[in-house]
Design a protein around this ligand. Structure first.
Ligand code: NAD
Length: 446
């Protein structure tokens, strides 16, 4: 009998590109068993060369696979290539990492880091390559094996990249399983899985936590964000507009750590609305394959419909759409929208909309802006923008989130931890800490 298949869609046309395998329970079982078989040898192997080879594979794959990523995800080709470059850099970073035991206490206690076993890595559709490698690189460096499940909306690039990576890895160390849900749920529940490394939405993250509980599996949940940016009264709008714009709209706003709501204080308000709208109107929206495109389509119909619905709802509740909105199809195109006079009563402000729309809330005082920014269950990132950097840094310290930045929102190094607070995450990533557990060797005092 033929294997069931899953259709992959091009968001720029709404047309089917191709099919990928739709994995069932037997495929899950086979992949996890292979990961378990591969683990004992893999955990004791010197893995640095393998990680370095993975970096080379990702670098070389970009030429062939960046266009595939653009086709299934929608992002401009330049951004697709950049995603591969970031992923390769991450493999290189982890290839250099050395796992030395720490000696503590009075010198008789050694703390080793031990790998966990087969890991289920589950990714969303916004950065399929980058987020897959963000899970693979530390897992491999730690000595874990991985079954990787991409989103059913963007399975193609991951499937191809997985095939290339398995050529430089021992059998079973990596298996990519594509398919529609409940594939993810089945993978999480499989008794052979020791850790679940999940990136996705808050509601799904809660299901994953519940499904992992009976086996007390280790968990890393990187969940949704609703990141605030506070613009202080001394800000020069012309100076920050372009940076703030891309902090909100890169990848069509489909980014866990994009600015999703702006709180502009006092005299900063009108200037920032005007400057953001003026910049938005210069941005080229179109097919990601076309040269010059800066923003592609929204990745999928449900997300597109949600962006339209939240924008219309905000307009009905008194928001002013200064610029942007739905563009004629085919495809899920939406010109970047700036919403003035937004307020926290609107869902577009309160909920993660993760699309190309940015609500701007007017605040009278900095205290009010901080209070509104913190009035949420999300807590991924935040930023504060102002001419006086010290003053902005003081305000930044008051935000309730995992990472706060001053006069920028996206910058990140591979050395820093990444973990959301509140409902934006549980665990996270910092080196191989989350992919290992401590193993303590305590010698008797002589
Ligand atoms: P989603 O939660 O619907 O799906 C994410 C992944 O989980 C997909 O691969 C999906 O197939 C799988 N899945 C669905 N149900 C499952 C279940 N019961 N058990 C196991 N796996 C299951 O999210 P999405 O719509 O694909 O992605 C967008 C969301 O991801 C946004 O909320 C965004 O903010 C968030 N995100 C967060 C981060 C972060 O680091 N915090 C990064 C990227 C995206």
């Amino acid at each position: 009998m033929d294997h069931p298949m899953l259709a992959v869609e091009d968001p720029a046309t709404g047309q089917r590109i191709t099919n990928v395998p739709d994995a069932g329970p037997d495929d899950v079982d086979k992949a996890v068993r292979a990961a378990a078989r591969a683990w004992p040898a893999w955990r004791t192997t010197d893995r640095h060369a393998a990680l370095a080879s993975c970096a080379v594979v990702v670098d070389e794959a970009a030429a062939v696979l960046a266009p595939v990523l653009t086709e299934e995800q929608g992002k401009p080709l330049r951004e697709a290539k950049a995603e591969f470059a970031r992923a390769a850099a991450r493999f290189r970073h982890f290839a250099r990492l050395r796992l030395e035991p720490q000696v503590v206490g009075d010198g008789r206690v050694e703390v080793h880091r031990r790998p966990l076993g087969p890991v289920a890595a589950i990714t969303p559709w916004n950065f399929p390559v980058q987020l897959a490698v963000a899970k693979l690189a530390p897992a491999f460096a730690a000595g874990n094996t991985v079954v990787l499940k991409p989103s059913p909306r963007t399975p193609l690039t991951t499937l191809h990249l997985g095939r290339m990576l398995t050529e430089v890895l021992p059998p079973g160390v990596l298996t990519v399983l594509t398919g529609q849900d409940p594939l993810g749920e089945r993978l999480v529940a499989h008794p052979g899985i020791k850790k679940v490394d999940f990136t996705g939405s808050v509601p799904t993250g809660k299901h994953v936590a519940a499904a992992a509980a009976p086996g007390l599996k280790r968990l890393a949940l990187e969940l949704g964000g609703n990141d605030p940016a506070i613009v202080l009264p001394d800000t020069d709008p012309a100076d920050i507009a372009e940076r703030l714009f891309w902090s909100a709209f890169a990848n069509c706003g489909q980014n866990r750590m994009a600015v999703k709501r702006v709180y502009a204080v006092g005299p900063a308000y009108d200037g920032i609305v005007e400057a953001l709208a003026a910049f938005a109107e210069t941005v080229v929206v179109g097919d990601g394959r076309a040269p010059g495109t800066q923003l592609g389509p929204v990745n999928n119909k449900p997300r597109y419909d949600r962006v339209i619905e939240l924008t219309e709802e905000a307009r009905a509740a008194g928001a002013r759409i200064v610029t942007g909105g739905r563009l004629d199809g085919p495809g899920y195109f939406f010109a970047p929208a700036i919403l003035a006079e937004a307020h926290d009563g609107m869902r577009v402000v309160r909920e993660e909309q993760a699309g190309p729309v940015l609500p701007i809330v007017r605040c009278s005082t900095v205290d009010e802006a901080v209070e509104l920014a913190n009035a949420t269950t999300s807590g991924l990132c935040g930023s504060v923008w102002g001419a006086d950097e010290e003053r902005a840094a003081e305000v930044a310290m008051r935000l309730e989130c995992g990472t706060v930045r001053v006069n920028e929102h996206m910058a990140r190094t591979l050395d820093e931890p990444f973990a959301g607070s509140q409902w934006s995450g549980l665990g996270g990533s910092w080196g191989v800490d989350e992919d290992t557990e401590p193993f303590v060797v305590h010698r008797r005092r002589g």
